[in-house]
Design a protein around this ligand. Structure first.
Ligand SMILES: Cc1ncc(CO)c(N)n1
Length: 239
């Protein structure tokens, strides 16, 4: 079993949860609410820029010029998708550049990006790559799964085609091969750090969709929502 096959086995529970998410099921049927998809695509535009920055930080730590070019190329690819795919949907939904600029990253988006940027900035190279791999791999598998079940004239076809398509597949395969090489060379503690980073990133993928589906934003303290401020708990009797 290769290192990445082992990573997939260790995270099979999370992957299954992701395949079964209502967001992804509804996207395949084309019945996903437009306002939900719109909220998602705006957050994903924020995400892709941060993802490209994390890839660029990891690229700077690459052990060879070939690997540097691979990661820097994926960073450029992410910006390209942001420009093409997102501009397509933002145009469709009538989200102007200034409306987009006014929407802050959600808590889930910010949390995921903080994790990726921290892994890339402070982790070693293998850990950074393991943290970045689910962004590639999960999207390809989910894209393919949705493409298999997709209904004709699906409004989300452009998204589905991007992530189940050949150009994205090529970058995912290269990232998998890189992770397998790093995993094969890694000592025990490095492998453990890679496994943890990979699992955490899979969790963030799940969280990003879940948060988008529920249209969540930053939770506010109760008083800010007009609710009574905190109530004290029952008195504590000290014996
Ligand atoms: C949240 C998220 N993860 C991965 C991808 C694929 O690059 C994306 N567009 N968005």
């Amino acid at each position: 079993m290769t290192f990445t096959q082992d990573l997939a086995k260790q995270t099979a529970d999370l992957w299954q949860q992701i395949y079964d998410m209502p967001f992804n099921r509804d996207m395949a049927l084309g019945t996903l609410r437009r306002d939900v998809f719109q909220g998602y695509i705006v957050q994903d535009a924020h995400y892709l820029e941060g993802f490209a920055r994390a890839l660029s930080l990891a690229a700077a730590k690459a052990p060879s010029a070939d690997v540097l070019a691979q990661l820097a190329g994926s960073a450029t690819g992410a910006i390209h998708v942001e420009r093409e795919l997102h501009a397509h949907y933002m145009g469709l939904f009538g989200v102007s550049d200034s409306a987009f600029a006014a929407i802050q990253p959600s808590a889930a988006c910010d949390h995921y990006l903080s994790f990726l940027l921290r892994s890339a900035a402070l982790g070693d190279f293998p850990e950074a790559v393991a943290a970045l791999l689910p962004c590639f791999w999960i999207y390809r598998e989910v894209g393919r799964d949705i493409a298999k079940h997709s209904q004709p004239s699906n409004p989300y076809a452009a998204w589905i085609d991007t992530y189940s398509g050949e150009a994205f597949d090529e970058s995912v395969s290269r990232m998998l091969a890189l992770t397998d090489r790093l995993g094969a060379e890694a000592d025990g503690p490095t492998k453990t750090r890679m496994e943890r980073a990979f699992r955490r990133a899979c969790w963030h993928e799940w969280r990003f969709w879940d948060s988008a589906y529920h249209m969540e934003d930053w939770a506010q303290p109760p008083a800010a929502q007009g609710a009574p401020a905190y109530q004290s708990g029952p008195p504590v009797s000290v014996p």
